[in-house]
Design a protein around this ligand. Structure first.
Ligand code: ZN
Length: 244
């Protein structure tokens, strides 16, 4: 089975449509979306509609989704993120709100464990290094864990002894060796932060155990224009062009 793994869509409809088209070209049979469906960009409701009408699509919540529905303390959000969450919350239709309220920050998928942050703290922990990854490997029994939240395409693996980590490059096939336990992060669809402004997704082949990140260009100017028109903080538009 081939699975499209998406994360941190953050209400960016143009980026989402671009990665879904890329996923369909790759012939995926299922889609995992690892939370932060909304927040930052200007299309929360159309993004939710797109994802809920997609067949075989598993959704979990991220900290922004929880915050938009009053289930996450935003004290530690920066000002820009807080403004975006307030704006997002005001946009939600009753159906969109009900959908978000029904999501949890982790789920069991056919191909592994789905979390937004980490296996230790599914809503909010950033797995940015081997030590953080090790804590997740030690806390929960999984062979494969799909996570997001850092907006960086990353692989951590446990070879039975040590935990290793590496960045995933566009188009590079990465084989998960037999016996490895793995944590895979597809990067961000809607607000990449690794210096590459193109939307990011990961395609995972469960039989061959091959993971491959795809970077997809989309109409950034259109997304930026919507952010400005919505009166969201302009920095949210500017950063998309830099991939930061
Ligand atoms: Zn995010």
């Amino acid at each position: 089975m081939r699975i499209a793994v998406l994360s941190d869509v953050h209400a960016n409809l143009e980026a989402l449509d671009a990665v879904l088209a890329s996923a369909d070209e790759a012939g995926v049979q299922a889609t995992y979306v690892l939370g932060d469906l909304v927040g930052y960009n200007a299309d929360p409701v159309p993004v939710l509609e797109r994802l809920t009408t997609r067949p075989s699509c598993t959704l979990i919540a991220g900290n922004h989704d929880l915050a938009a529905t009053g289930r996450f303390d935003t004290t530690w959000f920066n000002r820009t993120a807080s403004v975006a969450i307030e704006w997002t919350s005001a946009q939600l239709t009753p159906a969109a709100r009900t959908l978000l309220e029904g999501l949890e920050p982790s789920a069991e998928g056919e191909a592994g464990l789905l979390v937004h942050g980490s296996a230790v703290d599914p809503a909010a922990e950033y797995v940015t290094n081997e030590a953080r990854a090790r804590a997740s490997f030690d806390a929960v029994r999984f062979d494969c864990c799909f996570f997001g939240h850092t907006h960086m395409p990353t692989l951590f693996w446990h070879d039975g002894d040590a935990v290793h980590g590496r960045v995933l490059q566009d188009g590079e096939p990465v084989v998960l060796e037999p016996g490895w336990r793995a944590m895979l992060n597809p990067g961000s669809v809607g607000q990449p932060r690794d210096g590459d402004p193109r939307a990011s997704l990961l395609v995972y082949d469960t039989q061959a155990r091959i993971a491959r990140v795809h970077r997809v260009a989309y109409d950034i100017e259109r997304t930026q224009a919507k952010i400005i028109a919505a009166d969201l903080p302009p920095v949210l538009a500017h950063r998309l062009a830099d991939g930061r």
